[in-house]
Design a protein around this ligand. Sequence first.
Ligand SMILES: *[C@@H]1O[C@H](CO)[C@@H](O)[C@H](O)[C@H]1NC(C)=O
Ligand SMILES: *[C@@H]1O[C@H](CO)[C@@H](O)[C@H](O)[C@H]1NC(C)=O
Ligand SMILES: *[C@@H]1O[C@H](CO)[C@@H](O)[C@H](O)[C@H]1NC(C)=O
Ligand SMILES: *[C@@H]1O[C@H](CO)[C@@H](O)[C@H](O)[C@H]1NC(C)=O
Length: 545
Amino acid sequence: MVLKGSSLWQTFAVVLVLSVFALVQAEDPYRFFNWNVTYGDIYPLGVRQQGILINGEFPGPDLYSVTNDNLIINVYNNLDEPFLLSWNGMQQRRNSYEDGVYGTTCPIPPGKNFTYILQAKDQIGTFYYFPSLAFHKAAGGFGGIRILSRPRIPVPFPDPAGDFTVLIGDWFKTDHKKLQAKLDRGHKLPFPDGILINGHGPNGAFFTVEQGKTYRFRISNVGLQNSLNFRIQGHKMKLVEVEGTHTVQTMYGSFDVHVGQSYSVLVTMDQAAQDFYIVASTRFTDKILTTTATLHYSNSNKAVSGPIPGGPTDQIDWSLNQARSIRTNLTASGPRPNPQGSYHYGLINITRTIKLVSSADQVEGKQRYAVNSVSFIPADTPLKLADYFKIGGVFRVGSISDKPTGQNMYLDTSVMGADFRAFVEIVFENHESIVQSWHIDGYAFWVVGMDGGLWTPDSRKEYNLRDAVSRSTTQVYPRSWTAIYMALDNVGMWNVRTEFWARQYLGQQFYLRVYSPVNSPRDEYPIPKNALLCGRAQGKSTRPL
Ligand SMILES: *[C@@H]1O[C@H](CO)[C@@H](O)[C@H](O)[C@H]1NC(C)=O
Ligand SMILES: *[C@@H]1O[C@H](CO)[C@@H](O)[C@H](O)[C@H]1NC(C)=O
Ligand SMILES: *[C@@H]1O[C@H](CO)[C@@H](O)[C@H](O)[C@H]1NC(C)=O
Ligand SMILES: *[C@@H]1O[C@H](CO)[C@@H](O)[C@H](O)[C@H]1NC(C)=O
């Protein structure tokens, strides 16, 4: 066993962890994180507000790992409210208990801690973590996740001179509890006050580079609702990775990053020795919010100057064409040495088509959001725990239809059943005028097609069945559809949600219960021995049944 980390207590902790969690794979390296979650004053837009800090930092520290590493993350909740972290894009294979969303994991009570035991199993790439409960995401608590390739697995580009996490997102000056109370009263989320880059408002963030060298920027949109365009004055960006897939390396002058999405680009510092603007601005909004950071050449002799470069003026078509241009490099390696194109997803027969239509409406005079007419409401016990302990009456498999029903919107604890090893086609249809963004926990899926109008079986003729990108968050343009293929190879209870955080909070989500009748750790790990128990699972035992 390889030990990453040096101090004695870590060695002790490994022994402890191994004895407590016998099922983690002992041959893969361990990385230990102690995270203290607290409130603290932050001033991202110049006014004081209460932020959620991790080890005193806003945004939180990077979660840094290599494919297959075991990550032991002890999270101490020093807020005055229950808290959970979730891992956007990290798949938690066979292990939805560690997913850190309402339906899988009991909240960490104030003043208590919980140790997540994750594995970066068979993954590479750029993701982020975030607080999943209440409206905590509006106060921070997020940070970058990077999973590097193992040393002997080829990466399809030379090692960059530096590797930056760039967290962009819309931001409100209003306290997260006030925003939450507004939603609870049945109102919509207002327009944001600004855009942040790594927790800073205009001209706050600073990236120092050396002239002539090439750097990787890992860009994630950790905001609450707005699609953002990202660009760097005077420089082109070469796209190399999208949520764990090495892409065909294409140059872009600017790039749309929808809420919840992550991209890696390479940028060569091939300009004169001066400083340049890094820009993020809202897309598809009447009023455009813009923020800047500074790209500082270490030998710079001139501050940032000239007009801030504008974003694309064309609306949907530009963005749709850009999305379609993102493709998998079939000959490049992914997390394993074999080429990414060796799994021919386009030749596999679909066993089921699921069609999901999102909607916005009022229920009992309050704003709600739904999928196939069902607006999700939590039950008293996490769904995964109810499932494991066979506690009846918490949820009903089939409480959401896999086709739109045309019913009026209603509230339920919606869970869709699905068979382990099925190969499904999911069609997201967006009848509204916003750009939607959908995320599925536990999985990456192939984005095989997107287009305007309504989806019909004929739409399959325009699918990309060869080199579509595999990722975990996809946009759906206004009055348009997006189709994905997904191999249900990960047993568990998985959150399917919009990344529009107010919509998610007000019901636009459900759980996909991927079920195997075989009760074997080969398909799914048993409940972790340190799992917190809450609701009607309180007092149960996490020892093997
Ligand atoms: C977390 O931070 C708070 C505030 O700084 C401190 O009181 C507390 O002792 C810390 N807890 C741990 C476990 O480090
Ligand atoms: C809380 O932290 C301690 C170590 O400080 C650890 O032994 C314990 O398992 C953690 N609690 C949970 C529920 O993970
Ligand atoms: C795809 O990956 C291969 C293998 O690493 C690399 O040689 C090639 O340049 C890449 N092609 C494109 C278009 O990105
Ligand atoms: C898919 O279905 C077709 C027609 O039913 C069948 O001939 C083919 O063998 C199937 N392919 C696979 C990979 O199962």
